[in-house]
Design a binder for this molecule. Structure first.
Ligand code: S3P
Length: 168
């Protein structure tokens, strides 16, 4: 099977966009951020989509974007934390791509997301929201064949580890 893309999945704040950007650079592939594509398609921001049209509408756009993106090759794709919730999305991801789940412990996640207020699902009591959602989504990233805990690793260590998997 020819590998067409690398897809990064994982909870909010696990470093998907940062790692995708650096990995794309190293591979000479393009970097695609599905959240950015959703915003381009909707011509508005994610918080606006959630507040004006609701989460279900956002999830529909997300599936549309994932389907479209996964029909192309040589990309490192950063997905939104909830992109794995639908079986249909997971099917598109695993078809021809290496799917990698990034993990981090709760404290690290809270620390990383606390400076960014653009996540509709984390409005209100941040610690409680992260805790609740992490519990709910405990096993949803397990379908990815490669799991990397980013908690105490540098970006470079993570990139080197991923590149090593490519050479196997
Ligand atoms: C979401 C994660 C966000 C974004 C949206 C919903 C989620 O992406 O897609 O706010 O359901 O976990 P990041 O994981 O890039 O923050």
């Amino acid at each position: 099977m020819k590998l067409h893309n690398v897809v990064l999945v994982g909870f909010m704040g696990t470093g998907k966009s940062t790692i995708a950007q650096e990995l794309a650079k190293q591979l000479g592939w393009s970097m695609v951020d599905t959240d950015q594509r959703i915003e381009a398609l909707a011509k508005t921001t994610i918080p606006e989509i959630f507040s004006n049209k609701g989460e279900d509408f956002f999830r529909q756009l997300e599936t549309e974007v994932i389907r479209e993106v996964m029909s192309h090759s040589n990309q490192v794709v950063a997905t939104g934390g909830g992109a794995v919730l639908k079986q249909e999305n997971r099917d598109y991801m695993v078809r021809n791509s290496m799917v990698i789940a990034l993990k981090a412990d709760e404290e690290t996640i809270i620390d990383r997301v606390s400076s960014d207020s653009n996540r509709p699902l984390l409005q209100g009591d941040l610690k409680q929201k992260v805790h609740q959602l992490m519990q709910q989504r405990k096993a949803v990233y397990d379908f990815a064949p490669l799991q990397i805990d980013t908690t105490n690793k540098t970006i470079d260590e993570i990139i080197q580890y991923i590149l090593l998997q490519f050479k196997r």
